[in-house]
Design a protein around this ligand. Structure first.
Ligand code: ATP
Ligand code: MG
Length: 330
């Protein structure tokens, strides 16, 4: 079976609906077809200054949410990036193959630093750590959103460069573009994607929030001045987003929903979508809280996952160290 790898940063107290429907739900499905590895990118999270206690708590929180969504750690390791030291070790070797100009062209760095602020070197070299994350596992595919495409490109470039210079040692990964990956939009600004760093409080559904709070947010979602419930992203982004959320969570095709809501008002759509959301998220939320209730057990899962991931990572790193001419310790 081919290997895939994906991760998220522990930068929030809860994943949002976009993370869930756009990424996590697919991770769960991918376990059936691939040898899947899922990690919590805590080293990446250091690029944003965070209170240490909070970072530690969010690392467990993020892992718990992977498992609550249906990632089965007995099949697919769920591990913490910093538990596998080969990640930053491989990064160093790759850094020495990356030109300064190439790193400077990364648009996410440019976007995130455009507003001024104090960018750190970690944010600048972030894509090289991401390349190490992926290449350590000989991943055939990497499920990524559109926003990570450029980073996957540099990963491929680095792997190819390494293979050219030192003879083939790294697998060049392909992006895995999910066919029906739902892109969830901001509830208040439905032409923009729901995002933890860009969305307002009202624009974003946090899965671990009180269900009543989330229901309220759906009910105050921005729609339009018409009255027709129709899927039309161009002209009716707010209504289309609600239809999409309903459809993915209830498993009802959108045309069927359009028929169902024919002649009804936006209020009906909102109430029903809120109900569907609350019902769908309830078991996920309960399971997450249950996992967090027993941090020792969660830590054991993370430790055994890190062991399994570490075996693969150590083999790759040893191969890389040998190829570049680092003297092996005896
Ligand atoms: P940031 O604003 O800091 O980039 P984010 O909200 O985009 O945060 P990420 O941690 O970058 O969240 O993304 C985690 C995963 O969720 C990625 O696979 C990403 O493609 C996916 N994702 C994020 N937002 C959405 C969305 N609105 N719809 C669908 N998928 C999403
Ligand atoms: Mg993002």
């Amino acid at each position: 079976r081919q290997r895939i790898l994906s991760g998220m940063q522990p930068t929030n107290d809860s994943l949002h609906l976009g993370n869930y429907l756009g990424a996590l739900v697919n991770w769960v499905k991918l376990q059936d077809d691939f040898d899947a590895y899922y990690f919590v990118a805590d080293l990446h999270a250091l690029t944003v200054p965070t209170d240490p206690k909070l970072l530690r708590a969010r690392t467990r929180l993020t892992a718990a949410q992977y498992i609550a969504a249906g990632v089965d750690p007995t099949r697919s390791p769920v591990f913490v990036q910093s538990h596998v030291p080969e990640h930053p070790q491989l990064m160093w070797v790759l850094s020495c193959l990356t030109s300064y100009g190439e790193a400077s062209r990364m648009t996410q760095f440019k976007d995130k630093t455009a507003k001024g602020g104090n960018a750190n070197v970690g944010l600048f070299t972030y894509p090289i750590l991401m390349a190490a994350d992926i290449l350590l596992y000989d991943a055939a595919y990497v499920p990524v959103g559109e926003d990570q495409r450029q980073h996957l490109e540099i990963t491929r470039d680095l792997a190819e460069r390494f293979n050219q210079r030192f003879k083939k040692a790294l697998r060049v990964p392909e992006p895995y573009i999910v066919k029906e990956g739902a892109k969830i939009m901001d509830l208040q600004e439905p032409t923009q994607k729901m995002s933890k760093s860009q969305s307002s409080e009202l624009g974003m559904i946090n899965l671990l929030d009180e269900p009543s709070r989330n229901a309220k947010k759906i009910k105050s979602a921005v729609t339009d001045s018409e009255t027709v419930i129709r899927y039309d992203v161009e002209n009716k982004p707010g209504v289309s987003n609600l239809l999409m959320i309903h459809s993915v969570l209830s498993g009802t095709p959108i045309p069927q929903l359009e028929d169902h809501f024919a002649g009804k008002q936006y209020g009906h759509l909102k109430v029903e979508t809120a109900d569907v959301l609350v019902d769908a998220v309830a078991p996920f939320r309960a399971r997450t809280l249950e996992l967090l209730d027993d941090p020792a057990e969660l830590d054991r899962i993370l430790a055994s996952s890190a062991d399994r991931a570490g075996e693969v990572a150590a083999r790759t790193l040893a191969r890389v160290y040998d190829k570049v001419g680092l003297l092996a310790p005896v």
